[in-house]
Design a protein around this ligand. Structure first.
Ligand SMILES: [Fe+2]
Length: 275
C-alpha cells in the first residue's frame, strides 16, 4: 500500500470496544470467538477471518465491509495532490515522540506567504527549520488539543515566532510562555487572506477542535484515515462531532490528522468503519 494507516484492525476494535464500554468477554462471546482470540486480535498477533471481522463489527456497531477492507489491507487513502487549491498550501512536519510519528502542519496563504502553525509535534525545532527553509511568515499558532505530543515545545515556538496561540476554550491548557486566546465552535482566525474556522471535535479530549479553511481541515486526533483518535473523554461525542462537523464538509476536503496519512471527507465516508 502507498500509505501506512495509523490504526490497524486491532487498534480499531479496541477503541470501539472500550468506547462502547464492553468487556473483552462480552464482545468475544457475542462474536462467537474466544476471549484469547479477541485479545490476540487486539494485540495484532492473530489475523481474523473475514467472517470473524464481520461478527466483531456487528457487536461493536462498526461497518463490517469497511472493517474487512482495513483488516485485509485492501484500502489506504490516496496521496496528497501536489496542488491543494489556488490559495492554500499545507506542509506536514512529522516529529517522533516515543517511537511514534506525530504530525504538525503549516497552513500557508499563497497570496501573502503568511502561515498558521498547527500543533507542535513536540518538535519546535523541526517546525522552525521548515519555516526558514520554505520562507514563510508564521502569524498564529493553533492547537487542535493539549496532549503533550501535539503541544510540547510551545513556549520555544512562541518565543521564536512571536505568534499568539489559540486553543479551544474547553481544552486544558498546556505549558505556554503567554496568555492563550480561546476559541469556540464557529470562531474564525485570519491567516494572511485565508479564513480558518474552528470546528468542535471533542471526545478524544474535552475541547479538541479542528481547523477548517476552504479545501483543507487539520483535525488533530479526532479522526484518522480509517479510524478515530482514542475516545478518552467521550466516544459518543467523538463520533457525533466528527460526523456532524467534519464528514458534513464537501467530499473533496482534505483532512490532515495528528497521526498517520492525510485523507479526504469522501474517502472517510466510504471507508472509515466508525461511520
Ligand atoms: Fe491526542
Amino acid at each position: 500500500m502507498a500509505y501506512e494507516l495509523e490504526d490497524e484492525f486491532g487498534d480499531i476494535i479496541g477503541k470501539a470496544r472500550r468506547g462502547n464500554g464492553l468487556s473483552l468477554s462480552r464482545v468475544a462471546s457475542q462474536a462467537g470467538i474466544t476471549d484469547a482470540q479477541l485479545s490476540q486480535m487486539e494485540a495484532y498477533t492473530l489475523k481474523p477471518t473475514e467472517d470473524q471481522v464481520r461478527a466483531i463489527a456487528e457487536v461493536l456497531g462498526l461497518n463490517g465491509s469497511k472493517l474487512v477492507d482495513i483488516a485485509m489491507e485492501r484500502w489506504a487513502p490516496g496521496p496528497v495532490p501536489a496542488q491543494l487549491d489556488e490559495r492554500r498550501h499545507v506542509e506536514r512536519i512529522s516529529g517522533d515522540v516515543g517511537g511514534y510519528p506525530v504530525n504538525a502542519y503549516l497552513l500557508i496563504c499563497k497570496t501573502t506567504n503568511q502561515a498558521a502553525v498547527i500543533d507542535t509535534a513536540a518538535h519546535p525545532n523541526l517546525i522552525l527549520e521548515r519555516i526558514k527553509k520554505i520562507g514563510v511568515k508564521p502569524t498564529v499558532i493553533l492547537l487542535t488539543h493539549a496532549h503533550a505530543d501535539h503541544s510540547d515545545g510551545l513556549p520555544e515556538l512562541e518565543k521564536a515566532t512571536s505568534c499568539p496561540t489559540y486553543i479551544h476554550a474547553n481544552e486544558p491548557k498546556p505549558r505556554s510562555s503567554q496568555q492563550f486566546r480561546t476559541l469556540n465552535h464557529g470562531d474564525e482566525v485570519s491567516v494572511g487572506e485565508l479564513t480558518v474556522k474552528t470546528l468542535d471535535t471533542p471526545g478524544h479530549t474535552p475541547g479538541g477542535c479542528s481547523f477548517y479553511s476552504g479545501s483543507v481541515a487539520a483535525v488533530g486526533d479526532a479522526i484518522f484515515a480509517g479510524s478515530v483518535g482514542g475516545p478518552k473523554i467521550s466516544y459518543q461525542d467523538e463520533i457525533t462531532s466528527v460526523r456532524n462537523h467534519l464528514l458534513s464538509l464537501p467530499d473533496e476536503v482534505r483532512l490532515f490528522p495528528g497521526h498517520g496519512p492525510s485523507t479526504t471527507v469522501g474517502e472517510e465516508k466510504a471507508h472509515n468503519p466508525f461511520f
